[in-house]
Write a protein that binds this ligand. Sequence first.
Ligand code: ADP
Length: 294
Amino acid sequence: MQLTISNLNKEYSNGVKALQNLDLSIKSGMFGLLGPNGAGKSTLMRTLATLQEPDNGEVWLDDINVLKEKEKVKQILGYLPQEFGLYKGVTAENLMVYFARMKNVYSSAGLKKTVHYLLEKVNLYSDRKKHVNTFSGGMKQRLGIALTLTGDPSLIIVDEPTAGLDPAERVRFNNLLSDISQDKIVVLSTHIVDDVSDLCAQMAIMDKGRLKIQGRPSELLLRLEGKIWEKQITKEEYDLYEMDHNIIYSQLFEGNPLIRVFSEHLPEEGFRPSNPCLEDLYFSTIKNIELCGG
Ligand code: ADP
């Protein structure tokens, strides 16, 4: 399967250009779309889910013209939006049955079996009789995935699913995503870099509506090989270092900034080489630091 996005543009009525000449090519498996808030990720997700029209451009899923053949897309699409309302006073099982009925693809025997299978898969079978409004954030997201999977979609779009989950819930949810991505396209939009490094063999980074970079994380990281340097400095020294060096990002370590710098050579005494990570790629891309071989 292949999802091909060509020259997609969207300008909102307030003049914000949320998508600008966007081209992307996505194969089966997990695809991670990274970008800061406002990058245009949700606009792209809603467009792929046929909930919103772009100004121009094309999207093809194999031979389906996604923007024109919406009914065909709906048959094979599972979409988990950033926020979804769950009805109060409904049990997880009844909500699943309701959604599965709407898909109109199951016999009544098949429907119950599928609902139980999916609840099992997302580890909510024993909670199926509980009201969904009593669920934790992680349970709600897992139920969201079960709802998304009814009808056995081959294109799954999940918009920032792990925001607000605690670390254990996040790992559990990510394992589930990875599990379902066999033979399907799963497009995961997120601003959490670790989600992409944990899960995705394909990725892209967007900023201000534009595609900045796309490829395999491991191949993209090669561009930074031997060019990332690290040094612990004091808070007072930070401004000076910022003037003289390409600081990609810094994090506090024992109360003082540990800076990561992009440089072809040892920047100065006291820096040590460091293995590039996806955060380096993300922040250097967003900050427009020139990567050789890019
Ligand atoms: P992301 O999901 O990456 O945070 P969005 O697609 O939500 O990005 O937003 C991209 C830009 O478009 C932002 O500047 C946002 O404020 C703007 N935007 C999103 N939806 C609308 C809308 N309905 N009307 C006007 N501007 C919007």
